[in-house]
Design a protein around this ligand. Structure first.
Ligand SMILES: *Cc1c(COP(=O)(O)O)cnc(C)c1O
Length: 393
C-alpha cells in the first residue's frame, strides 16, 4: 500500500483546477535580464526593486565576509551564533529606520513568526487587514489571541471593531505597509490615530515598502512621517535589499524581549556572514544616495503610463508593483506563456495568492531596467494583449 497516495490525489486536484504551478528555473544571476531554458529574457517579476541582487558592491562585501568570517554561524543567535556582523547589521537597520533598536532574523516570514506570538496571549485581541501577507496570517495562527479580520484598508470598520472591544486590555493592529499583490498602501496615518484613540499597538510589515518608500527607501513609516508612533516595524532584506533576511525594528525593550524569547531567534541558526555583510552593503548604498530609489520610481511611472495608455487595467497600485488585471487564471497563464515567447518573464498570479477571478500578471519594476528594456516590455505587453483580446488598441 502506498501511504503517500493522498499526495497523488492532491496534485491531480491542483492540475484539474488549473492551480498547478510550473516553477521556472533561473540559470543566471537575477538582474534585469535572466536566462531561463537557455533563453535570455527580460525579468519583470522579481522583488529585486533596486537591482541589488547581483550588484557588484554587495557581491564584493559577501566575498570579503567569507574570507574573514567563513560561510556559516554554526549556531542559533542565543547560543553561539551572534557574530560582529549581526550586531553591526542590527545597529545599521535601527539607524536607517530611525528606531532605538533592531533585531535581525533569517527571513521576513520569520519576522512575523518571531514577533506576533510573543506580543499576544489568549486574553488579547489582534486586528488584521483581510489582504495581509501569508506570513502575518501564520504568525497570527501561532497565538492564542482572539482575532478580528477587518475589510481591506477600511479604517472606519477597524475603529468600530476597536470600540466594540474596548474592554480588552491588550490590542494589536497588524497591516502590510504596501500590499504585495495590489501595490496599494495601508492608510497608516489613520490607522495610527485610531490605535492611539483606543490604546492599541500598531505593527506594520514593510516588506514592499523599504527601499521603495520614504527618504532613500527608509520605508512607509518614514514616508508618512510617523516615527515613534508605530510600535513595531517588521520587514525583509530579501526584496529591495536584494539578499535574504528579516528584521524587527522598534523600542529597545521590544527588541530585548525578542532576543530573550522569539522562537526563530532561539531555535533556528543565525543568518550567514555573506548574507549579513551584503545586507550591510545595501544599507551603505541607500544611506549614501537616493539615486536607486529615484530610478525605480521613474521606471515605474513610465511603464505604468505606457500600459495604461494601451488600455490595460492596472488596479489600484500606488507603488512600483504593477498588477495587470486579467480576470481568469487561464487567461493569466496564457498571457504569461505568450510573454515568455516574446522574451519577457512575468509569472501569472492566481488563486489562492489572489482572490478567484482576480488573476493577474504582477509586474515588478526595478531600477535595473533601462529605458530600452521598458520599451521592449511595453511592446511585448501590447502584442500579447491584442492577440489575447485583453486590449483593443
Ligand atoms: C515577502 C514578504 C514577506 C516574506 O519575506 P521573506 O524575507 O521572503 O521571508 C513577509 N511579509 C510581507 C508583507 C511580504 O511581502
Amino acid at each position: 500500500m502506498d501511504k503517500l497516495a493522498f499526495i497523488d490525489e492532491a496534485l491531480a486536484d491542483l492540475r484539474e483546477k488549473g492551480l498547478y504551478n510550473t516553477i521556472r528555473t533561473i540559470e543566471s544571476s537575477v538582474g534585469a535580464w535572466v536566462q531561463i531554458d537557455g533563453k535570455r529574457v527580460l525579468n519583470m517579476c522579481s522583488n529585486n526593486y533596486l537591482g541589488f541582487a547581483n550588484d557588484q558592491r554587495l557581491c564584493a562585501a559577501a566575498k570579503r565576509a567569507i574570507d574573514e568570517y567563513g560561510v556559516g554561524p554554526g549556531a542559533v543567535r542565543s547560543i553561539a551564533g551572534t557574530m560582529t556582523l549581526h550586531v553591526e547589521l542590527e545597529r545599521r537597520i535601527a539607524r536607517f529606520k530611525g528606531t532605538e533598536a533592531a533585531l535581525s532574523v533569517q527571513s521576513g516570514l520569520n519576522t512575523n513568526l518571531a514577533t506576533i506570538p510573543l506580543l499576544m496571549d489568549k486574553d488579547d485581541m489582534l486586528f488584521t487587514d483581510e489582504l495581509n501577507h501569508a506570513s502575518i496570517i501564520d504568525g497570527v495562527r501561532l497565538t492564542k489571541a482572539q482575532r478580528v479580520i477587518y475589510p481591506h484598508r477600511d479604517v472606519e470598520a477597524l475603529e468600530r471593531l476597536l470600540a466594540e472591544n474596548e474592554s480588552i486590555a491588550k490590542k494589536l493592529i497588524i497591516t502590510d505597509g504596501v500590499f504585495s499583490m495590489d501595490g496599494d498602501l495601508a492608510p497608516l496615518p489613520a490607522i495610527v490615530e485610531a490605535a492611539e484613540r483606543h490604546g492599541a499597538m500598531v505593527m506594520v510589515d514593510d516588506a514592499h515598502g523599504e527601499g521603495v518608500l520614504g527618504r532613500n527607501g527608509r520605508g512607509i513609516v518614514d514616508h508618512f512621517g510617523l516615527h515613534g508612533r508605530v510600535d513595531i516595524e517588521g520587514g525583509t532584506m530579501s526584496k529591495a535589499f536584494g539578499v535574504m533576511g528579516g528584521y524587527v525594528a522598534g523600542s529597545a525593550k521590544l527588541v530585548e524581549y525578542l532576543r530573550q524569547r522569539a522562537r526563530p531567534f532561539l531555535f533556528s541558526s543565525a543568518a550567514t556572514p555573506p548574507d549579513v555583510a551584503a545586507c550591510i552593503a545595501a544599507i551603505d548604498i541607500l544611506e549614501a544616495s537616493d539615486e536607486p530609489v529615484r530610478k525605480l520610481w521613474d521606471n515605474a511611472k513610465q511603464f505604468k503610463a505606457a500600459l495604461a495608455e494601451l488600455g490595460f487595467d492596472l488596479g489600484a497600485s500606488e507603488t512600483p508593483i504593477t498588477p495587470v488585471m486579467l480576470g481568469e487564471a487561464t487567461t493569466a497563464w496564457d498571457f504569461s506563456k505568450a510573454l515568455f515567447q516574446e522574451g519577457v518573464f512575468a509569472t501569472a498570479i492566481a488563486f489562492p495568492t489572489v482572490p478567484r477571478g482576480k488573476a493577474r500578471i504582477r509586474v515588478m519594476m526595478s531600477a535595473a531596467h533601462s529605458a530600452k528594456d521598458l520599451a521592449f516590455a511595453v511592446d511585448a505587453f501590447a502584442k500579447v494583449g491584442r492577440k489575447l483580446g485583453v486590449i483593443r488598441r
